[in-house]
Ligand binder design. Structure first.
Ligand code: CAA
Length: 285
């Protein structure tokens, strides 16, 4: 393998972690997928299997590829299992306290030469790097959802990231057959800096009664050729994640144009977090 890496650790078996484990295993890496409980890692393997099966059904991959990829993924509930990894990608909840706690537990056991990356969609890479023992081997590798389908990966260096780390991450992304775009370490990088204010504006459009949920989504699907309407996309990303990205933009750029829509706040407070919770702007129950 051109990256010189064979073992990849993924922390967090949510939708992003599942997607990252899926594409890394398909590309031939041995993947250890960590989460807090066996229930979660087992559910993740079932999800990944289902998504691999979709790719078999549409002839994107062969049945043998599905089996081989699945056999390369091992679930784990102990961060110590990640010790021998060449690269660990943290895709835990978008909460800095949670991420710091994971780094504090992982760093003392992780192979000192390993690269530690975060899939954060908005937090400062430099600040997260400073919470590890290896800021020079730390960076942002930000995948898009759904990972098996979306071609783009944003790469973000922190202030201390070494060139060798960046080049290895770039080669890793290329080995997954994805395309890199490089973003500087500013709140929410490129994709979410542009996408989330659009989604937030769609929620304001609903809040102010300019259109209905269906009306707004149909408008953007048929009027701007977006594959999903912005409210459907918000549900798909998760409304808690959408809110946390808007808060990072609002706090980090100190501009009222990033003010999270009160309706978004209210939905999150209600636990209506979108598709994963069964309810968001749409009802999935
Ligand atoms: N795994 C594998 N394959 C998948 C998949 C998954 N999780 N989800 C969808 N697919 C495949 C389907 O099998 C299907 O394959 P074929 O065309 O080969 O049959 C294809 O993708 C299209 O899926 P569907 O037919 O089910 O539905 P669709 O045509 O409506 O497409 C979509 C679904 C790809 C999600 C499309 O609606 C889309 O591109 N939406 C926008 C997604 C987007 O904007 N993502 C970025 C979110 S922002 C982000 O991720 C950054 C962040 O930090 C928040």
């Amino acid at each position: 393998m051109t990256t010189g890496m064979t073992k990849i650790g993924v922390i967090g078996a949510g939708q992003m972690g599942c997607g990252i484990a899926h594409v890394a295993a398909l590309a031939g890496y041995d993947v250890t997928l960590y989460d807090l409980s066996r229930d979660r890692t087992e559910a993740a393997l079932a999800t990944i299997n289902g998504n691999l099966a979709r790719q078999v059904a549409s002839e994107k991959i062969a049945e043998d590829d599905r089996k081989a990829a699945l056999s390369r993924i091992t679930g784990s509930t102990g961060l110590g299992d990640l010790a021998p990894m060449d690269l660990v990608i943290e895709a835990a909840t978008e909460d800095e306290t949670v991420k710091r706690k994971i780094y504090a537990e992982l760093c003392p056991v992780l192979n000192p030469a390993a690269i530690l990356a975060t899939n954060t969609s908005s937090l400062s890479i430099t600040r997260l790097a400073a919470a590890t023992d290896r800021p020079e081997r730390f960076m942002g590798i930000h995948f898009m959802n759904p990972v098996p389908v979306m071609k783009l990966v944003e790469l973000v260096r922190g202030i201390a990231t070494e060139e060798r780390t960046f080049e290895t991450a770039k080669a890793f992304v290329a080995s997954l057959d994805k395309v890199v775009t490089v973003a500087e370490d500013f709140p929410a990088f490129i994709v979410n800096r542009i996408l989330l204010p659009m989604i937030n504006e769609a929620i304001y459009t609903l809040y102010e009664g300019v259109g209905t949920v269906d009306g707004i989504d149909t408008a953007m699907k048929l009027g701007a050729n977006h594959p999903m309407g912005p409210l459907q996309l918000a549900d798909f990303i998760g409304l808690d994640t959408c809110l946390s990205i808007m808060q990072v933009l609002h706090d980090g750029l100190a501009d009222s144009k990033y003010r999270p829509c009160p309706l978004l706040v209210k939905y999150v407070e209600a636990g209506w977090l979108g598709r994963k919770a069964g309810r968001g702007f749409y009802d999935y129950r």
